[in-house]
Each structure stands twice: as structure tokens, then as C-alpha cells.
Ligand binder design. Structure first.
Ligand code: XUL
Ligand code: MN
Length: 343
């Protein structure tokens, strides 16, 4: 049994479409996914605004809230909670050039409308966390936006959300690139800086996704540690990634077990979860996976976390301290490798 509470989003059980080929698995209805999430041991569900309310662009504010309340009833039925809601700005034709940093006044207003509706949906689902994955907040053509002006605009957009609801918390999920070429907010350091520039830094924190850190050329465990040291790691998206290429969302630990171990170690050592923080699994099944077994990547990720928690428990702090006293880090390194390789 894990010490953590796990969550995943409906998008983590997907049809297998990629940039070069169409869907290969049928769409599984929302409630069926939720039921299965509960069966495999998840505690909650993560949402994009339109995962919860699919036709929201064509609905009134009241209709959106009422629909979200029905979704909450479905979650209650399976004893699951909503972890967060994230405005899915990158999918909409209104936000082709980004949302908070678009060059279009109309599209900016649409982005803010979706952000406020995401807050309404979160409240109806019984949660107060809003995740901003700033997918298109940056550029494809470096000269197409004035970066200083746009970064200030991003901060004032977050301020508007903080003012709209005094109880919500904003979690920025940094990613250095993809789908855009250059992101304005690529690492946890950027997130901490943006947080400190808002009207209420105590309500602006981070969600760190392992793959996004690797894409930035950084170690996810160190990115987590950085946010933890500011008291601002409010969610994680565990997964894995084979070096700096397209975003892969592989099963946690599938590429780099030592790096995965260090992520679990930093979470355990710092009592992550003590304030209700959850462990999101932002993993996707391979395109080759058949629909009959299309939750396995989630189950495998949980299993890897649990096995690494056992390794963390076995980690001999006294031996580490001895190696530190001797300044014998070669000895310590071999100890870690043996810990991971021995059964
Ligand atoms: C994209 C990504 C998103 C966010 C939620 O790379 O990780 O799924 O986690 O919007
Ligand atoms: Mn993610």
C-alpha cells in the first residue's frame, strides 16, 4: 500500500491518436473510466474544464455549474474527489495564438471567460485547485510577441483569477516547449518568480510533471525539491520521458529508475501529501496497447511508486551520513545502485 493518494485525468485513458496517425482505440465513456479509476485504487480525478463540461462554450454560466454538479454526483458515487480543474485553452480555435499572451483582444477575453468558468466548475466539483498548463503561452515565431509585456500580462491574468475567487489556489504546470517553440514559463524557477509577482503569492504554487522537467534538461526530483523548499509543491504529475524529444508521458520509472527513485525519495523525505496534496499520474498508454488492457500504464505506475517507496524505506541514512563524513560519494553512489538493483 502506498502512502500517497493517486489521481489521473480522463485524458490518461485515450484513443491512441498521435501527430502522425488517427485513433486506434474506441472512446471509453466518462463514467466507465471513473468506475475503473476507483477499482484500480485512485482517490481522485483531474479535470480539464471541458472534460467535466464538454459543450461549455455553448452553455450559459448557470448551465455549466449545473452540469458540473451532476459530474460531482458521479464522482461521489464512486467515492472519488476532484483534484483540480485546468482550462483547456490550447484546443480551442479562439486560442490558436495562446490565451493569456495572445495578440488578439477577443481571444484574450475568451481565455479569461474559460478561466473563470474553470473556477466555477472546480467549485461545483468541490475543489479549489486550478491548474494552468501554459501550453501556448509563448511563441512559434520568436519575434511575434513582446515577451516582457506578455509575461506581465500572464501575471495580471492570474491576478484576475485570484480576485474572482478568494479561496482558489492556482497551480502553474511549467513546460519549456511543445506545442510551442519557446515557453514563457518553462521551469519551477519561473513559476516561483511568477508566483511572487502576483497579488497573493500564498495562493500561487506549482505542479511539477516529471517529463516536463526532463524536456527542460532538468532533474524532476530537483525541480520538486525547489518547489518544496518554498512550500509550493501542491501537485505532481509523475511519468517518464526518454530524453529531450516529443512529450512521451511514459509509465513512471520506465526510462530512468534512479531518477524515479529520487522523485519518490524527495516526496517521502518531505512528507509530501501531509496537506492533502495528491500524486497525479500523467501517463499515456502506448499506441500499440489494446483497449482490453488500456489502464495498465496507470496500474504499472502505481506499482512502481509503491516499489520505490519500499526502497526509500530501506535507504540507510546512517550509511549515507558515514559516506558524507568520509566524503566518499563513490561509495554512496554504489550503495544507491545496489539498493535499486538488489531485490
Ligand atoms: C501536457 C500536460 C497536461 C496538463 C494538464 O503536457 O501535462 O495534460 O497536465 O492540462
Ligand atoms: Mn501534466
Amino acid at each position: 500500500m502506498s502512502r500517497f493518494k493517486f489521481t489521473a485525468g480522463p485524458w490518461n485513458v485515450h484513443e491512441g491518436a498521435d501527430a502522425f496517425g488517427p485513433a486506434v482505440r474506441p472512446t471509453i465513456p466518462f463514467e466507465e473510466k471513473v468506475k475503473k479509476f476507483a477499482e484500480i485504487g485512485l482517490s481522485g480525478v483531474q479535470f480539464h474544464d471541458d472534460d467535466a463540461v464538454p459543450d461549455m462554450n455553448n452553455m450559459t454560466e448557470k448551465q455549466i455549474i449545473d452540469y458540473a454538479k451532476d459530474v460531482k454526483a458521479t464522482l461521489d458515487k464512486y467515492n472519488l474527489v476532484a483534484e483540480f480543474v485546468a482550462p483547456r485553452l490550447w484546443m480551442d480555435p479562439h486560442t490558436t495564438d495562446g490565451g493569456y499572451t495572445t495578440n488578439s483582444k477577443e481571444d484574450y477575453e475568451f481565455a479569461m471567460w474559460r478561466s473563470f468558468r474553470s473556477i466555477d466548475i472546480a467549485r461545483a466539483l468541490g475543489c479549489n485547485k486550478i491548474v494552468l498548463w501554459l501550453a501556448r503561452e509563448g511563441t512559434l515565431c520568436a519575434e511575434s510577441k513582446q515577451p516582457v509585456e506578455k509575461i506581465k500580462k500572464l501575471i495580471s491574468s492570474i491576478n484576475a483569477m485570484l480576485e474572482y475567487d478568494k479561496d482558489i489556489k492556482i497551480l502553474i504546470e511549467p513546460k519549456p516547449n511543445e506545442p510551442i517553440d519557446r515557453s514563457y514559463c518553462g521551469t519551477i524557477g519561473h513559476v516561483m518568480a511568477v508566483s511572487s509577482a502576483t497579488i497573493d503569492p500564498s495562493r500561487v504554487g506549482a505542479v511539477l510533471e516529471s517529463a516536463h522537467a526532463i524536456l527542460a534538461g532538468l532533474d524532476p526530483a530537483y525541480e520538486m525539491a525547489f518547489a518544496l523548499s518554498f512550500g509550493k509543491l501542491w501537485s505532481v504529475h509523475l511519468n517518464d520521458q526518454n530524453s529531450i524529444r516529443y512529450d512521451q508521458d511514459k509509465t513512471f520509472g520506465a526510462e530512468n529508475l534512479r531518477q524515479a527513485f529520487n522523485q519518490i525519495k524527495v516526496l517521502c523525505d518531505n512528507d509530501y501529501g501531509k496537506n492533502g496534496e495528491m500524486v497525479g499520474l500523467d501517463v499515456k498508454a502506448m499506441r500499440t496497447q489494446k483497449v482490453e488492457d488500456c489502464y495498465r500504464h496507470l496500474q504499472n505506475s502505481i506499482k512502481v511508486v509503491e516499489m520505490l517507496e519500499e526502497k526509500v524505506k530501506k535507504f540507510d541514512n546512517a550509511f549515507r551520513d558515514k559516506c558524507i563524513a568520509e566524503r566518499n560519494y563513490e561509495k554512496l553512489e554504489m550503495y544507491v545502485l545496489e539498493l535499486l538493483m538488489k531485490g
